[in-house]
Ligand binder design. Structure first.
Ligand SMILES: Cc1ncc(COP(=O)(O)O)c(C=O)c1O
Length: 370
């Protein structure tokens, strides 16, 4: 995936829909809040987990959106969701352990597990007509006495899958039975095309005994470069994760914490607009891909990715390279999201209509010549 974007950056005329971000900047009211906070002196260290008002804002938004009560000790602010994932995994698994990773998925999860000396057990989603679904028997079969975690991302990068309530309930039951922590990456919770927010798995574990939620501002507020995320979990786990974060990143940037308070408080109209814009991009992509022979697209229920399956495709990395060099369009190869992503390509529809149209036209022309 990194090699595809690096290749695309070296060539003059490549339309890039390979990245996991939009081409729009952060909204002005959030930039202004960071500027004001900086001038007001929010420039020193805070508590590693973040300042009290910042953690309160996160806890109260979680309650507002998900109906699950959290308090300051349940919240750890992190340098992007990525740092939350790393310290979460680092806190729960070590050599000899294993963690279940529902895949295809963002590569960071399995990599973090392996960096901690543990085994990542990839459990594939099942393609079921227009959507993906979780095969609970596969999950059960992958769990043994060394399993410590189950890692899940819904709405999902790259598949657009949104976990169903019965699947959430079943996973929480499994976690209770086997004493697992479910790391639930919900960074795309606001980008759900059926509803205002994708329901958190924490609704089935409101005491947060087994669920650790990871989230952040990157995707729903166009703030990928600000590096602001958070984790919500039980006090003991958050306490341990905070100790780990102290020696890796310490607190997320102090003025960014203040801007987060403003984003969460005043950002609802912005998020609603963003979702409406992405819904248009989604509709365009669904329509255009449906017209290309040999391409079949599971409905992207959430996030901002389409994950079309290409008939007969055995080597998505090579196709991705050829699309860049011969087709002038950069997409991510499905295999970058695990072996079960092979045969698929990922494209991001958070781009402007002009960029999307041009990318889809190039993709179509290339595919028609094969
Ligand atoms: C599922 C998922 N989690 C986490 C991240 C990274 O988030 P952050 O920018 O907050 O580190 C991404 C970015 O693509 C993602 O797709």
């Amino acid at each position: 995936m990194i090699s595809i974007s690096a290749l695309a950056e070296t060539l003059p005329d490549v339309v890039k829909i390979c990245y996991g971000e939009s081409d729009q900047p952060t909204p002005e009211f959030i930039c202004r809040a960071a500027y004001d906070a900086t001038l007001a002196g929010h420039t020193g260290y805070t508590h590693t987990a973040g300042s009290r008002d910042f953690r309160e804002a996160i806890a109260s938004k979680f309650h507002e959106l998900q109906g699950v009560r959290a308090d300051v000790p349940n919240v750890l602010g992190t340098v992007g969701a990525s740092a939350g994932i790393f310290v979460g995994v680092r806190t729960c698994v070590g050599p000899g352990d294993n963690a279940i990773v529902i895949s295809p998925t963002y590569a960071i999860f399995a990599t973090c597990v392996e960096m901690c000396g543990a085994e990542a057990r990839l459990v594939s989603l099942v393609r079921d007509g227009h959507r993906f679904r979780l095969d609970l028997d596969r999950v059960r079969a992958a769990i043994d006495r060394n399993t410590r975690m189950l890692i899940l991302n819904s709405p999902s990068n790259p598949t657009g899958w949104v976990i169903r309530a019965d699947e959430q309930k079943a996973l929480v039951e499994l976690a209770r039975k086997h004493g697992l922590v479910i790391l639930s990456d919900e960074i795309y919770e606001r980008l759900c095309f059926e509803q205002n927010v994708a329901p958190s798995i924490a609704r089935f574990d409101p005491e947060l005994e087994h669920v650790l939620v990871v989230n952040g501002l990157s995707k729903a507020y166009n703030m990928t470069g600000w590096r602001l995320g958070w984790s919500i979990g039980n006090e003991r786990l958050i306490g341990l994760m905070t100790k780990a974060a102290e020696f890796v990143t310490s607190n997320p940037a102090t003025m960014t914490q203040q801007a987060t308070i403003v984003a969460l408080r005043d950002g609802e109209p912005y998020v609603a607009q963003l979702r409406a814009d992405y819904a248009k991009g989604r509709a365009l992509v669904m329509k255009e891909l449906a017209e290309i022979p040999g391409v079949s697209l599971p409905d992207p229920e959430g996030a901002f990715y389409a994950f079309p399956q290409i008939e007969g495709l055995k080597d998505s990395a090579t196709l991705a390279r050829r699309l860049v060099t011969e087709g002038g369009v950069a997409m991510a190869p499905g295999v970058a999201f695990g072996p079960s992503g092979e045969g698929y390509m990922r494209l991001c529809f958070a781009a402007s209509e002009k960029t999307l149209r041009s990318a889809l036209e190039r993709f179509r022309n290339f595919m028609l010549k094969q």
